[in-house]
Design a protein around this ligand. Sequence first.
Ligand SMILES: Cc1cc2nc3c(=O)[nH]c(=O)nc-3n(C[C@H](O)[C@H](O)[C@H](O)COP(=O)(O)OP(=O)(O)OC[C@H]3O[C@@H](n4cnc5c(N)ncnc54)[C@H](O)[C@@H]3O)c2cc1C
Length: 402
Amino acid sequence: MNDFVERRIALRWHAPRRAYDVLIIGGGGHGLATAYYLADRHGITNVAVIEAGYIGSGNSGRNTTIIRANYGIPEAVRFYQHSLELYQTLEEELDCRFMHETKGIMWLAHTETQMRAEGARSLLNLACGAETVMITPLEAKELCPQLDLSGGGRYPVLGASYHPAAATARHDRVVWGYAQGAMRHGVHVAQHTMVTGLQRHGTRVTGVETTSGPISAGVVLSAAGGRVSTIAAHAGVRLPIRTHPLQAFVTNSYDFPFPGIVSDTELLCYVSQTERGQMLVGAEFDAQPSYSQRSSFSFLQSCAAKVTRLLPFMRDLRILRQWTGICDISADFSPIMGQTGVDGFLVTTGWGTWGFKAIPAGGEQMAQLIATGRTPALLEPFRLDRFASDHTMADPGSTGTH
Ligand SMILES: Cc1cc2nc3c(=O)[nH]c(=O)nc-3n(C[C@H](O)[C@H](O)[C@H](O)COP(=O)(O)OP(=O)(O)OC[C@H]3O[C@@H](n4cnc5c(N)ncnc54)[C@H](O)[C@@H]3O)c2cc1C
């Protein structure tokens, strides 16, 4: 933890008690946000978040920080738009500066087919309340003067969909902000405590086994990121989730402003600039399912080749750091939130490569479900039983990484 955390954020760790009303497995953004909203909106404070490592050590502290709502199905657009709007006032609400900045994102298209797909996306987004418009190559160049409109002579830019409300925020501070907010209401957060099993009584989950001993709970929520399949298996629940690594890297500082976010629908890579001026690059997830968090040279090689076609200035930069997270990718590329069919055991999962933007809405809505016992309208389409009833929410083209 750094100076910001030690001086400006009031974080207090707890040794877990033996029983809670609600126990949340995983101190990532979704687990901590759910704990915060349970306490803040519903007065449920007898809550513990149990984290195997340190908070934010999963994907919530490894992502490329992009917040947007330009999805491809109405249910997803509405959900992510709500989250994007919650983010806009979250710094004040949590009393934590996490460098939220609205930047706009463009999704470049290189073929007529992609132009049609992006045109349809723009119309759907507008109809569902998330502003997205089509722009010409020259308008794209105005927004991002560094862009090579010929795509290195091989990927000419025919146009782009542009979503002006897209933003970035510093990911680990979002996690710390939610942790602080939850702790202020009396929520317990235990770090370096791993959940190793679930306690069951008949058909009901009644608590967890941890490396610090058993803890009973009225409700257990898994917010365990890429490790969800193992946790759910303890309850006898088989999820339509595969875990895939996702890699990213940053360069050294670029001396000029790069105000927007550039994403490419064909090359499957995206670029933004951090507060420190570094160029932050993300791409598609590794094809092979795995729990490995190793970064690879082949990823760097292929991703660098792609981004330098679009943004030739990046050839003069150096790669400073690369890292990997393990992502819970659902079969239809949409999240899975809510009841599992096993009493007392809920999940928030399927956040894959796209769940950072969803932290405020995901936490708020899961808290409402736990507090009231009723599935809120925004969550309804993302229930686990959609797979059994053939109502999947297929939206792979909106992940930006597939
Ligand atoms: C490289 C990369 C780039 C990304 N870019 C973006 C982006 O630009 N925009 C976007 O919206 N999303 C992005 N994502 C996805 C996003 O980061 C995740 O979807 C989101 O952070 C998931 O949050 P979470 O709380 O569900 O999981 P996590 O943050 O992974 O938290 C899960 C926590 O559970 C803990 N845990 C696991 N097992 C146990 C156990 N047995 N006991 C106790 N604790 C346990 C883990 O240690 C971890 O801290 C990206 C992901 C990666 C890897």
